[in-house]
Ligand binder design. Structure first.
Ligand SMILES: NC(=O)c1ccc[n+]([C@@H]2O[C@H](COP(=O)([O-])OP(=O)(O)OC[C@H]3O[C@@H](n4cnc5c(N)ncnc54)[C@H](OP(=O)(O)O)[C@@H]3O)[C@@H](O)[C@H]2O)c1
Length: 255
């Protein structure tokens, strides 16, 4: 039997890179995808090859439907199957929620294009291939921002809320062949927040986060990767779920 295949969008960095490595370590062939920065993608691809995977490195902007369909065609031509799809590519704009003039309509369009429409287009492009392997799993990387009223901007929070709703609707529509779940990470230690907040605010936020969470810990990319792997490869009877990975912060904040 041929090796299983995992497609992880935005896998040149952070959560996506850790997820691609974990699938590779567990015997999958993987797609390493990026939209702008090829060099880090090639480095992640090499790590996955060193773990025994055959790797396809492909530039694709998930906001561009033609790119999504081209990626699905490339995967079909190379391996003829897709067992796991992790919609991890995301974008945001850092604007305080109270700063109503700080977000223009175009900001919402730009963020939705990647975080919501991008995930939809990837699922649409890969559904025919995934249906060939009943039980195949999709994980959408949402965020604690979708349910907790916190996050880099209101446009980002809304986009992740929409992603959750899409997860629930498509889980119903694409069953029984494809399972679709979402995860909501809290503060993950990746370049995302480091670049968005700057070094000083990042460290202050990190300290605050640890104080406010029952598990007294931020989230690592590997923590999120573990959940993605389980939801795709295990969790045979789980679909349409949203699982928080936030050290207990949103539901059980330290009082
Ligand atoms: N970090 C957190 O605290 C946190 C918390 C909750 C949820 N999340 C979510 O987790 C996901 C990954 O975040 P991260 O922290 O791992 O970020 P990251 O380290 O900045 O990585 C982002 C990845 O996404 C890719 N990407 C961005 N736009 C893309 C597009 N249009 N098409 C394809 N790839 C694209 C980037 O590649 P290029 O550089 O080549 O564009 C990069 O590989 C996002 O969906 C984010 O919303 C993050």
């Amino acid at each position: 039997m041929s090796r299983k295949v995992a497609v992880v969008t935005g896998s040149s960095s952070g959560i996506g890179a850790a997820t691609a490595r974990l699938f590779a370590r567990n015997g999958y062939n993987v797609v390493v995808n990026f939209s702008r920065n090829q060099e880090p993608a090639e480095a992640v691809a090499q790590e996955c090859r060193d773990l025994g995977a055959d790797v396809l490195v492909q530039k694709a902007n998930v906001a561009d439907d033609a790119d999504c369909r081209a990626l699905a065609q490339a995967v079909e031509a190379r391996w003829g199957r897709t067992d796991a799809l992790v919609n991890n590519a995301g974008t945001t704009k850092f604007v305080a929620a109270a700063n109503l003039e700080g977000l223009a309509a175009q900001d919402f369009h730009d963020i939705y294009a990647v975080n919501v429409i991008g995930a939809y287009q990837m699922i649409r492009a890969f559904a025919p291939l995934m249906k060939k392997n009943p039980g195949a799993g999709v994980v959408n990387i949402s965020s604690v921002a979708s349910v907790a009223g916190i996050g880099s901007s209101v446009a980002y929070m809304a986009s992740k809320g929409a992603l959750n709703a899409m997860t629930f609707g498509l889980a119903r529509a694409l069953a029984p062949e494809i399972r679709i779940n979402a995860v909501g990470p809290g503060m993950v230690e990746t370049p995302w927040l480091q670049n968005g907040l700057g070094a000083e605010r990042y460290e202050a936020t990190r300290q605050m986060y640890m104080k406010a969470t029952p598990l007294a810990a931020t989230i690592t990319p590997e923590d999120v990767a573990d959940a993605c792997y389980w939801l795709c490869d295990g969790a045979r009877k789980t679909t349409g779920e949203f699982i928080l990975i936030d050290s207990g912060r949103s539901k059980y904040p330290v009082l």
